[in-house]
Design a protein around this ligand. Structure first.
Ligand SMILES: Nc1ncnc2c1ncn2[C@@H]1O[C@H](COP(=O)(O)OP(=O)(O)O)[C@@H](O)[C@H]1O
Ligand SMILES: [Mg+2]
Length: 238
């Protein structure tokens, strides 16, 4: 059984900036079920990262509710590794933030490093690692935070196609092992279909959810076509 709770977002509104304030979230509404992986797909700049910031408690909404159902691990857009820390120290940061003492965090980091195929690179600094390795490290750090709910912001966006498919496999393995509840932001339709049980389609800024598509056992191409049709109808595609 998965731990944690549903993620509940109700009538969420937020405007950002000054002179003028610009509406970014405009009545965002959804429930993401515990133990499921739910994708949010939407055009660039529509407010996806802002939504995750609100769910992670980093930005207060103007109105409405954003209940992540408990403590979350946020994997921010880009890998957000600390350049002055080694890979091992970066990964251990996840466990340190979860309250582990330093020695134990180091041991757990070594375990996660092995699990994600990074053995031998623990003493390297981020600049000396490939994009794929950095994203593995960021995923390892997310894993070690020990949260039941993961908010992943375009986690595989910077990767070449082959490495991305490989990372999809890694994430599927982590899901089998830990059954986290995942909210995965992406603008890659194929990625959403490959990794998630459900796809929420967001329109252009200011964000609303315009469609809710279940990824079943049917033809993935049909799901992708449905997502594209919704994006087009919302004016998110040319
Ligand atoms: N702190 C901020 N102040 C003003 N505007 C912002 C701020 N953060 C983001 N924005 C704007 O809000 C919109 C949504 O941004 P973001 O959530 O990053 O979009 P996405 O992740 O979907 O690409 C963008 O137009 C962006 O320029
Ligand atoms: Mg973003």
């Amino acid at each position: 059984m998965p731990h944690g709770h549903d993620i509940r977002v109700a009538d969420l509104h937020l405007a950002l900036g000054e002179h003028p304030r610009m509406p970014v979230l405009d009545g965002v509404d959804f429930v993401a079920r515990v133990g499921e992986a739910t994708a949010i797909i939407g055009p660039s700049g529509c407010g996806k990262s802002t939504l995750l910031d609100v769910l992670a408690g980093l930005a207060p909404p103007d109105s409405g509710h954003a209940d992540p159902g408990g403590p979350v691990a946020l994997m921010p857009q880009g890998d957000a590794l600390m350049p002055w820390l080694t890979l091992r120290e970066n990964v251990a940061m996840g466990a340190r933030l979860a309250g582990d003492p330093a020695g134990e965090a180091g041991d757990r980091a070594d375990g996660a490093i092995a699990l994600l195929g990074l053995t031998g690179f623990g003493d390297h600094y981020p600049h000396a690692l490939s994009g794929g390795m950095r994203q593995r490290a960021a995923l390892a750090r997310t894993l070690l935070a020990g949260r039941a709910t993961w908010l992943l912001d375009e986690p595989f966006g910077a990767l070449d196609a082959l490495t991305r498919v490989e990372m999809h496999d890694v994430l599927r393995g982590l899901r089998r092992a830990g059954q986290p509840t995942i909210l995965l932001v992406t603008h890659d339709v194929a990625e959403a279909v490959a990794l998630c049980e459900r796809i929420l389609v967001a329109g252009p800024r200011p964000m609303r959810i315009v469609d809710d598509i279940r990824v079943g056992a049917g033809d993935p191409a049909d799901v992708a076509a449905a997502v594209l049709a919704s994006l087009r109808q919302a004016g998110a595609l040319a």
